[in-house]
Design a protein around this ligand. Structure first.
Ligand code: SAH
Ligand code: SF4
Ligand code: F3S
Length: 444
């Protein structure tokens, strides 16, 4: 172990990835440097996710491994950040009393002081700092880790309280960052060499309603999209209930905004959608998809879908299958509903048995996988702009990158293309994306 090193492990969504960059930045401000492995590090930090039970269990299993490391070197410090720290801080302290600091996502402004104290003291009880109402201060340092894309938060928290979801409890009420703060961070990221920016929020479409003067996501997108030297602009996640015509127009008219929209449908039946508190019908969702494709014909649309929500009967599940068949998503993240303590859905009657949920999930996944393959095969012959990320691990002498549609593209090439935008023709379509051939490397 080296006394001046740290290691960060990240579970969960892109917001957690961004928070881990802040954690790394704070640790570096304290003079620590990144270690390659947890064994080498004095400070071990894990950024946790509570969205389902599985990632929570993974955290406890990781902490079990780190406990052994701490037994060998008792001066190690273990920090648990992220959503679990907010919603299950006491549970972590009980199950893993060897942890030093438990700190919620809105409280990272206190991490530096808490750590500095801990590095000096012999205190052994976990310190819990978890206040989801606090505002994350501007100006915290960050060590960006994204290969190609810089993540930039535009809102924190969520006000929607979808019946199944823990996120509003973990991340607190929705707060928008000011447009100048966001623009400044984006400018810094571009100056640091990032060609692509991904704007993050649980519901980016509600950006700005709480600012004075009020603004909206479309105007933010337009302003960020115009930054000199920025090549690609992405954002996630869009809530269908707040997706406006104005936003679609702005996407269509802003050259840097990529042709990709992640629009979680969650379910295809209106009764289930209402029980979830999603605020739209399946018909409305389909009309949004149709309008999006009308305005931006080469857009890829991806989604999140859940099966086995309490009370969802077979016929309602089949409505989800029909919606998926009709919409033809480019890709979907599919989940079995999982009870989260304290959410509205966890008290709803008519639970769906686990094996039924599993069977529904398999059926949905097999349908969606067929569609994704078909969509990617149908694109064979088309030319895509690819931002090259590096060499492909499997295919020899090949590099990989992402198209503007956010599909993985693998093609013969060399590492000097890394970070460049090239034109690639798709020659084969797979579930995961395309195999292609280089057409030109005219843009750098
Ligand atoms: N803000 C995003 C979702 C963030 S959580 C939105 O509104 O779409 C990411 C995904 O996890 C959700 O879209 C949902 O499909 C899934 N999810 C959330 N809570 C869940 C739960 N209790 N059980 C199973 N899946 C869940
Ligand atoms: Fe969760 Fe709904 Fe908020 Fe998304 S919009 S984070 S699903 S409560
Ligand atoms: Fe993200 Fe998981 Fe929290 S999905 S917002 S890290 S609960």
């Amino acid at each position: 172990m080296n006394n001046d090193t740290y290691y960060v492990h990240t579970f969960g969504c892109q917001m957690n990835e961004r928070d881990s960059e802040t954690v790394a930045g704070i640790l570096e401000q304290l003079g620590l440097v990144a270690a390659d492995t947890p064994e080498q590090a004095r400070v071990l930090a894990v950024n946790t996710c509570s969205v389902r039970e599985k990632p929570e269990e993974k955290v406890f299993s990781l902490l079990g491994q780190w406990r052994m490391l701490k037994r060998d070197e008792p001066t190690r410090i273990i920090v648990v950040c992220g959503c679990m720290s907010q919603v299950a801080g006491d549970r972590i302290a009980q199950r893993a009393p060897y942890v030093d600091i438990i700190i919620g996502p809105r409280n990272l402004g206190h991490l530096r002081d808490a750590l500095a104290q801990r590095l000096e003291s012999a205190e052994r009880k976990p310190v819990i700092i978890a206040d989801s109402q606090e505002l994350l201060p501007e100006g915290l340092p960050a060590h960006r880790c994204g290969d190609m894309s810089a993540f930039v938060n535009i809102t924190y928290g969520c006000n929607n309280f979808c019946a199944y979801c823990i996120v509003p409890f973990a991340r607190g009420p929705e707060v928008s960052r000011s447009t100048p703060d966001i623009l400044a961070e984006c400018r810094d990221a571009v100056a640091a060499g990032y060609r692509e920016i991904t704007l993050l929020g649980q519901n980016v479409n509600s950006y700005g309603h709480d600012l004075h003067p009020q603004t909206d996501f479309a105007s933010l997108l337009e302003q960020v999209g115009k930054l000199p030297d920025l090549q690609r602009l992405r954002f996630t996640t869009s809530h269908p209930k707040d997706l406006s015509e104005r936003l679609l127009q702005t996407m269509a008219n802003t050259a840097t905004v990529c042709e990709h929209l992640h629009l979680p449908i969650q379910a295809g039946g209106d009764h289930v959608l209402a029980q979830m508190g999603r605020g739209y019908t399946c018909r409305h969702f389909i009309s949004l998809v149709e309008r999006t494709r009308e305005l931006i014909p080469d857009i890829s649309i991806t989604t999140d879908i859940m099966v086995g929500f309490p009370g969802e009967n077979r016929a309602q599940f089949e409505q989800t299958l029909r919606a998926v068949e009709r919409i033809r998503f480019d890709q979907a993240f599919m989940f079995k509903y999982n009870d989260r303590p304290g959410t509205k859905a966890s008290n709803m009657p008519d639970r769906i048995p686990e094996d039924e949920k599993q069977q529904r999930l398999l059926q949905l996944v097999s349908l969606q996988n067929r569609i994704a393959r078909d969509v990617n095969r149908a694109a064979v012959g088309q030319i895509f702009e690819v931002l090259v990320e590096g060499s492909d691990r499997k295919a020899k002498n090949c590099v990989r990158g992402r198209s503007r549609q956010n599909k993985i593209v693998v093609f013969p090439g060399s590492l000097d293309m890394r970070g460049k935008l090239v034109q690639v023709r798709a020659v084969e379509g797979f579930l995961w994306g395309h195999r292609g051939e280089l057409v030109s490397r005219n843009r750098s």
